[in-house]
Design a protein around this ligand. Structure first.
Ligand SMILES: NC(=O)c1ccc[n+]([C@@H]2O[C@H](COP(=O)([O-])OP(=O)(O)OC[C@H]3O[C@@H](n4cnc5c(N)ncnc54)[C@H](OP(=O)(O)O)[C@@H]3O)[C@@H](O)[C@H]2O)c1
Length: 264
């Protein structure tokens, strides 16, 4: 059984925990890497762009924990298997997995090419990438016998249909990730592995810089907070969910969108 909080002093600490973050080299993933490293965790960044990973690792240096990157394409199960084995060899155990890597597509279904490659790219990265990583990492958490925490970065688009930009593959992948989170929380509970989701709203990153100005204005008016979120704010919620303070929290998807959905 997952242990309840022992003392508040250490309740939010990730000291000595080993974390894998997919897409931790930029955007929300880097915000999560930074927040977790500042909370004492060792970080393995899984991504494809090695130069961007080197920049991220440089920025994590001041926090003094063990941080490294591993080349990984989450759409490929063999790539994930090799990368997880490499991280496991370096860490010796894995305590926390953050499934953050994701891509979007803002075409309507009927505007897509005949091979539907846009659809498959998003589903293969966002949904299947999360499944590949969970499969490989949860096995090792189970076999290690120390439990663990898995956090899936979904989106408030998994709960609603956004105005202004069609994104059916993205919204569908995120909705499926939300329910995959519920299913995994039940399946992995016997091994003391907690599984939760974070559903951000619009947050500053490279994914959000392509939003047309008219749409930007409307988005900021719709969010009660009146602004985009920042990656470090998503990181703060991820630290909480991974920490002993959240020992009783599993099977949830936490919306962090500045109140955007209140006015939908
Ligand atoms: N920004 C927002 O407004 C927002 C809102 C809600 C949810 N989200 C979610 O937050 C997550 C991060 O988004 P972001 O805004 O930070 O996007 P971003 O800046 O475009 O970063 C995407 C990250 O995913 C990685 N990635 C993409 N495809 C990959 C693959 N096949 N294998 C491994 N890594 C891959 C990228 O690394 P490489 O290219 O180096 O592989 C990069 O680190 C996504 O799941 C997104 O859906 C974002």
């Amino acid at each position: 059984m997952i242990k309840p909080i022992e003392n508040m002093k250490d309740a939010f600490s990730l000291k000595g925990k080993n974390v894998i973050i997919t897409g931790g080299n930029r955007g929300l993933g880097f915000g999560i890497a930074s927040a977790m490293a500042q909370s004492g965790a060792n970080i393995a960044i899984f991504c494809r762009d090695a130069a961007k990973a080197a920049e991220a690792l440089n920025e994590l240096k001041p926090y003094g924990t063990t941080c490294f990157s591993v080349s990984c394409d989450v759409t490929s199960l063999p790539s994930v298997r090799k990368a997880v084995a490499e991280a496991f060899d370096k860490f010796g155990s894995i305590d926390i997995l953050v499934n953050n890597a994701g891509v979007s597509c803002t075409k309507s279904l009927l505007d897509m090419d005949e091979d539907l490659s846009d659809w498959y790219k998003v589903i293969n990265t966002d949904l299947n990438g999360c499944v590949h990583m969970t499969y490989e990492v949860a096995k090792r958490m189970r076999d290690g016998g120390k439990g663990g925490s898995i956090i899936n970065i979904t989106s408030n688009a998994g709960f609603m249909v956004n105005h202004g930009q069609p994104m059916s593959p993205y919204s569908s992948a995120k909705a499926a990730m939300n329910h995959f989170t519920h299913c995994m929380a039940c399946e992995l509970a016997p091994y003391d592995i907690r599984v939760n989701g974070i559903a951000p709203g619009f947050t500053n990153s490279e994914l959000s810089v392509h939003i047309p100005p008219d749409n930007l204005k409307r988005i900021n008016q719709q969010a009660v907070a009146g602004r985009f979120g920042e990656p470090i704010e998503i990181g703060a919620l991820a630290v909480y969910l991974a920490s002993p303070a959240a020992a009783q929290v599993t099977g949830t998807v936490q919306v962090i969108d500045g109140g955007y959905m209140l006015r939908c």
